[in-house]
Design a protein around this ligand. Structure first.
Ligand SMILES: [Zn+2]
Length: 150
């Protein structure tokens, strides 16, 4: 993106946020040449993200689906719908950082887990138990142990 002041071609992104409505991404940019700072608003390209599932099948990324998964993991936890919505947006900002055209469901799951870990430990364990598909109580215990060590 060109600098609006000196028209230099390289600008650095210092911050990306999804707008509250979730429809746009605001980026803080700094011109590499003159240091001018400005903000751009871009349509949310994550809507075009394709998710590659374990089976190899592809499907369009869906915010609704992520919200469903988060709401499920956070059932009966002391969080508001608004807080879950915020978490969802933060995860999406993270997913968008690399500006990918497609992501595996595995990769998305890892990003979700990373966010849930700081957000709510119970929800993290719930999500991990589905996502990592613990086959034994041992595997489940290992995850709990790892969590309590941190
Ligand atoms: Zn400039």
């Amino acid at each position: 993106m060109k600098c609006p002041r000196c028209l230099h071609d390289d600008t650095r992104i210092s911050d990306s946020r999804v707008s509250r409505e979730g429809l746009a991404v605001r980026r803080r940019r700094t011109c590499e040449k003159c240091g001018y700072r400005f903000t751009t608003t871009e349509a949310r390209e994550i809507l075009d993200l394709m998710v590659v599932k374990r089976s190899g099948a592809k499907e369009r990324y869906s915010t609704e689906k992520l919200m469903k998964g988060l709401t499920f993991a956070l059932q009966k936890r002391p969080v508001t719908k608004e807080k879950i919505r915020d978490l969802c947006l933060r995860i999406e900002v993270d997913l968008m950082k690399k500006d990918p055209k497609e992501l595996t469901s595995k990769k998305i799951g890892e990003v979700v887990l990373r966010h849930l870990k700081d957000f709510d430990e119970v929800a993290y364990i719930r999500f991990a138990s589905i996502y990592r598909d613990f086959k034994t109580i041992k595997g489940f215990k290992r995850e709990i142990d790892r969590l309590s060590q941190e």
